[in-house]
Design a binder for this molecule. Structure first.
Ligand code: ZN
Length: 102
């Protein structure tokens, strides 16, 4: 995950503001369901939240350059990218997955 962040930071040419990286195991499925209430795809949302527990994903503050660099990296290396109005979620899953937050 850190190598991925470094690749994004270097290509974007700007620092990354991490909103949420590793989450402690205290967060459980019930809290994910709460977080995901109203999500368009509840299953995808819960899966996304759970990846934070294992340190395989990071939410960063969104900028145009970081978003472009993130999409370029995804095209080269795969992974999940979730895009919200102010946030970009990046994770290290093998397959390519894309979604949007409201
Ligand atoms: Zn996330």
């Amino acid at each position: 995950m850190l190598a991925r962040l470094e690749a994004i930071r270097s290509e974007a040419g700007e620092g990354i503001n991490v909103n949420e990286g590793y989450r402690p195991y205290g967060f459980n499925i019930a809290s994910y369901l709460g977080d995901c209430a109203g999500a368009k795809d509840m299953r995808e949302c819960v899966k996304e939240k759970s990846m934070h527990v294992s340190g395989k994903s990071v939410d960063m503050k969104r900028s145009a350059r970081l978003l472009r660099a993130t999409k370029n990296l995804q095209a080269r290396s795969g992974g999940g990218v979730g895009i919200g109005p102010t946030v970009i979620h990046v994770d290290t899953r093998k397959r390519i997955a894309n979604w949007f937050y409201r």
